[in-house]
Design a protein around this ligand. Structure first.
Ligand code: MTE
Ligand code: LUZ
Ligand code: MOS
Length: 785
């Protein structure tokens, strides 16, 4: 069988071999594979460290009438039990709106909500004790689904709307339209390292929190508020996470705050590590979406107007649901010019975990709806869906006026026409389509499907002020370099990329530059490492710091060795000045003796951004990343089982900072997104308890689910914006690539009735869901037209 080994590596040969653009290994790769990388739970514990566990609500919506914790207090090894009343400061860990109690105070709003905190001499004792609580509830009616929230008009935030043109008028005159409902399920982040915080009291009122978080500054604020302290009392540090995927952007706060509360009260170090089931029961996930959509089009398949009403399952509190819904609204267009639109989104308040960030942050959920409609338009017109997609793409420039998004941002660099043409050719799409049609003719049970889907993803936090970053670079007297910046490492390779940027700026080998843990006492007021902006923002900030040091060294070198500062060059570990090539460390030592500052801070704020939340218009994104993928699947129409036979992906990482890491990000996001759309099903019982709270019942993709033939390439491009070395972000956008898998499955199902029937397929397209769709298509196909 044709089984190319990482064919994506082909793209690497063209790369230029300076520190930047080099496919260097992840800075922690060796530590990772040797098991020597230190995660929060691996940090050597201080003497006297205690362990905490949370007691959880057993009801979805209820008033607590009594909470008898005497058995918990009496349990073996228990030192203390704390409830909401024991919190010294504010009982809140909500990131934007303060509706997120750390510990429930009288009212519980989901099964799994933390009620109390028990501290014991071991992790095991704490967990066992937590189960001994006797809680009496007065139950209240619970809302569990977005549909129910919509019916009850139960929202955590006012609904939002983005309208352009006159959709109603366009619908009135359009020759055709498709309409329907769609449900797309949520997704558990399933970071391999669960939520964890280790709080260490310091002298005075000081508190240090070592925790697994994408957002150290937010943890600092939440802990300070919970303890009734100022931010300068609290230091938060994170060397790395074993995955975050958005799940540790805001929701690491509960764990940090709870550990800090116990540590402050007991004046002893306290560690709170979530067991996997508790982690899944307590924390929020990707929002599931319920859509009602209607799209009008002409005989060729050109979209004339689109309407969508999206209801998100926000859960019991707002968390980041507002920005997630905003990103969904701003990505409903995906890659397509939609002249007349009416896009609505509402964050349904439900008695479930408070949903939060997850790779893509509402973008995938927004974009899949228009792809679903396009898939139906193609089937109705009996055209290949790729042709309908190509027909509706944004224009490349302003010539035809088709390059303005519904929210008013002008698209200046749409490379999708070229990118998709390249992928169509390299994947042999048209020939495979014909081959699959023929194959399906001859195969009554197994059916193949094929789809090519594009993506466009806006890069920047859609909340403008978050688009800033800081860094701190030290050059020591021996010429070694230490870098710190506001971004956090979750496996995505941000530290590797930032090291490359600094090494490039100072003309050093990567080995001469080292990174330290992200720390709020080194770089202040940082944004979450999120929205795929980590390397963009922190790379620029670190570059700014390194440049200042370089300029000082250049000025010093010229003073002592002659020449002009503009002509001083830094490369090959040497400073090239006035015809000499001096070792970097030599100039550094001389500069130190001459009292030149050898360290610097750096700062960056993304220029040109604006956003009016009321009208939902502006220029929220710095630029767009693009990509496309082709998937070929085979579906067993008797069982609903399926297999991804081949996947080809082409992603626009601009001038990639590190093609090895970027290809890894594309592969990982593809498979993770495929899990979201196919096997990962969250299921709550009628009482509102999440029953899929462990890998035994919640199926993430395994290695055997990856296609044997997986061809990932980076599109040759250069960012038109002045991003860090003209690269483009890569973290989240490729999560949209496996739309191709979902629509290939839908295509295979549709072939059962000769593509004459629209398969009613929701996501995740589990085997059960696929089988239901096959049966529905068979039944409809059997009826006379
Ligand atoms: N890759 C790994 N290995 N682990 C992760 O947790 N998170 C993703 C993505 N890739 C993640 C990952 C998410 S949700 C984001 S926003 C980006 O990485 C953040 O990293 P960056 O902005 O530095 O690219
Ligand atoms: N906006 C966004 C945000 O686009 N992505 C994010 O991760 C985010 N987080 C917080 C607030 N706005
Ligand atoms: Mo990523 S969802 O922006 O943390």
């Amino acid at each position: 069988m044709n089984h190319p080994l990482m064919p994506g590596m082909q793209a690497l040969q063209a790369a230029d071999w300076s520190a930047v653009g080099k496919p260097s290994a992840h800075e922690s790769a060796q530590l990772h594979v040797l098991g020597q990388a230190t995660y929060t739970d691996d940090i050597v514990e201080l003497q006297g460290t205690l362990h905490a566990a949370l007691g959880l609500s057993q009801k979805a919506h209820a008033r607590i009438t009594a909470m008898d914790l005497s058995a918990v207090r009496a349990a073996r090894g228990v030192l203390a039990v704390y409830t909401a009343q024991d919190i010294p400061g504010t009982n809140d860990c909500g990131p934007i709106i303060h509706d997120d109690p750390i510990l429930a105070d009288g009212l519980v709003q989901y099964v799994g909500q933390p009620l109390f905190l028990v501290v014991a001499d071991s992790h095991d004792h704490a967990r066992r004790a937590a189960r001994l609580a006797q809680v009496s509830y007065e139950e209240l009616p619970a809302i569990l689904t977005p549909q129910a929230a919509k019916a009850a008009q139960s929202y955590v935030l006012p609904p939002m709307r983005l309208a352009r043109g006159d959709a109603a008028a366009a619908f009135a005159t359009a020759p055709h339209s498709v309409r329907g409902q769609l449900f797309v399920g949520g997704q558990e982040q399933f970071y391999l390292e669960g939520q964890i915080a280790y709080a260490i009291p310091k002298e005075g009122q000081g508190m240090q929190v070592l925790c697994s978080t994408q957002h150290p500054s937010e943890m600092q604020h939440v802990v300070a508020h919970a303890l009734g302290l100022h931010s300068h009392h609290v230091a938060v540090e994170c060397r790395r996470m074993g995955g975050g995927f958005g799940g540790k952007e805001s929701q690491s706060a509960l764990w940090a705050a709870a550990a800090a509360i116990a540590a402050a009260r007991l004046k002893r170090p306290v560690k709170l590590r979530a067991d996997r089931d508790d982690d899944m029961l307590v924390t929020g996930k990707r929002h599931c979406f319920y859509y009602e959509y209607e799209v009008a089009y002409d005989d060729q398949g050109k979209i004339l107007a689109a309407r969508v009403d999206m209801t998100l399952r926000a859960g019991y509190s707002a968390d980041l649901s507002g920005p997630v819904a905003t990103r969904a609204v701003c990505h409903f267009d995906n890659a397509y010019y939609l002249s007349d639109v009416d896009i609505r989104a509402a964050c349904g308040k439900t008695n479930t975990q408070s949903n939060t960030a997850f790779r893509g942050f509402g973008g995938p959920q927004g974009a899949i709806a228009i792809e679903y409609a396009i898939d139906e338009i193609a089937r109705h017109l009996r055209r290949d869906a790729l042709d309908i997609r190509l027909l509706n793409l944004y224009g490349r420039d302003g010539e035809d006026g088709r390059n303005v998004t519904p929210y008013g941002q002008v698209i200046v660099d749409n490379v999708l026409p070229e990118l998709m043409a390249e992928l169509e050719a390299s994947s042999d799409y048209r020939a495979r389509r014909l081959a699959i049609d023929a194959w399906n003719e001859a195969s009554p049970v197994l059916k193949k499907g094929l789809a090519l889907t594009p993506l466009k993803f806006g890069i920047a936090f859609n909340v403008t002020h978050l688009n800033q970053a800081g860094a701190l670079v030290h050059v020591y007297v021996d010429g070694s370099v230490l870098v710190n910046h506001g971004g956090t490492e979750m496996g995505q390779g941000i530290h590797t990329k930032v090291l490359q940027v600094v090494a490039h700026e100072l003309g050093l080998d990567l080995e001469r530059v080292r990174i330290t843990a992200t720390d709020t006492s080194k770089v202040a007021n940082t944004s979450a490492t999120a929205a795929s902006t980590g390397a963009d923002l922190n790379g620029k900030a670190a570059q700014d710091a390194a440049r200042q040091i370089r300029e000082r060294l250049a000025a010093y070198a010229v003073k002592h060795h002659g020449g002009v500062a503009e002509e001083v060059r830094f490369f090959s570990n040497r400073i090239h000045v006035n015809g000499q090539a001096l070792p970097f460390e030599q100039v550094v030592q001389q500069a130190y003796l001459a009292r030149v500052q050898l360290w610097s801070d750096g700062y960056y704020a993304t220029p040109g951004l604006s956003w009016d939340a009321k009208t939902m218009t502006g220029h929220p994104f710095s630029y767009y990343a693009y990509g496309a993928a082709v998937a070929e699947v085979v579906v067993d129409t008797l069982t609903g089982e399926w297999k991804l036979l081949r996947a080809d992906a082409l992603y626009d990482a601009g001038q990639s900072l590190n093609p090895a890491i970027d290809i890894g990000q594309v592969e990982g996001a593809f498979i993770q997104g495929m899990g979201w759309l196919t096997t990962e099903q969250l299921w709550w019982n009628e009482a509102g308890k999440l029953m899929t709270h462990a890998p035994s019942t919640y199926k993430i993709p395994g290695i055997s689910d990856c296609p044997e033939d997986f061809r990932v390439q980076l599109f040759q491009n250069r960012n038109v914006e002045d991003s860090i070395h003209r690269s483009k972000a890569v973290g989240e956008p490729p999560l949209l690539l496996p739309f191709s898998v979902f629509f290939a499955i839908r295509d295979a199902v549709s072939s059962v009735a000769g593509h004459a029937v629209q398969p009613p397929l929701n996501a995740p397209a589990t085997s059960e869901e696929i089988l239901k769709a096959v049966m529905a298509v068979q039944a409809a196909g059997a009826r006379p037209a």
